[in-house]
Design a binder for this molecule. Structure first.
Ligand code: ZN
Length: 224
């Protein structure tokens, strides 16, 4: 499987990093060994002193496709979740200043923790999904897919012109504003569409809270 990450897909995030707004989707790849599942910890790597969090909505591709038409794109993913696109901002800045590829700042081992995935059918409207990231209990990033520059169907159509999508591939769909550094000892918790709905069952109102959240403790590997 592969991980495709869409960059600069929220206006407020592009502005916070002083990046121009893209005219067409921009994407890069992470490797399979970037994936961290099941709420396992993230070990702060030796090669960076400025690892940033970027929380993102993640699509899981459900069938093979290339050159997918935008209006058919919704048939190619059936689950969504959350991921963190950990970025070595210091290495990225250095590479960008030299005009060099910034692969190592994005595609290092364990740089892509992902949550459990939830069927898309549980959501009314993929273009209005909110999510957020808390660090040590305080919200640091809040996003809503309605603020995307390129909605998910546009991303799938664009990416699949160049790269065949296969079952199980993941698309990280871009991060909202509020990116910033993490430090050893932090606890990151991501929430998908945290909302309380009042559902009526008979005479009773029940509180319903959907959490596809996941925890990522940031640790230092022993012996470092
Ligand atoms: Zn990102």
């Amino acid at each position: 499987m592969k991980i495709i990450c869409v960059a600069r897909n929220y206006v407020d995030h592009a502005k916070e990093l002083s990046n121009p707004l893209p005219e067409k989707p921009l994407f890069f790849m992470k490797h399979e060994n970037c994936i961290v599942r099941s709420n396992k910890p993230f070990y702060y790597p030796d090669f960076s002193s400025d690892i940033h969090h970027e929380v993102e909505l993640v699509l899981k591709i459900s069938k093979l496709g290339r050159n997918i038409g935008q209006k058919f794109a919704h048939r190619y993913y059936d689950e969504i979740g959350l991921g963190i696109d950990f970025t070595a901002r210091d290495l990225q800045k250095e590479a960008r200043e030299k005009g060099a590829p910034w692969e190592i700042s994005k595609s290092f081992d364990h740089s892509a923790p992902v949550s459990e995935f939830v069927p898309v059918s549980e959501f009314d409207d993929i273009s209005r999904i909110s999510f957020r990231l808390d660090i040590n209990g305080s919200a640091v990033q809040r996003g809503n897919t309605e603020l995307m520059i390129f909605p998910v169907d546009v991303q799938i159509a664009y990416v699949s012109k160049f790269v065949t999508l296969k079952t199980g591939d993941l698309i990280f769909t871009g991060t909202p504003a509020g990116v910033g550094p993490v430090k050893v000892g932090d606890h990151l918790e991501a929430w998908l569409e945290e909302r309380k709905l009042l559902l009526q069952y008979g005479q009773e109102y029940l509180e319903y809270r959907k959490k596809a959240g996941f925890m990522v403790p940031v640790l230092r590997r022993q012996g470092h």
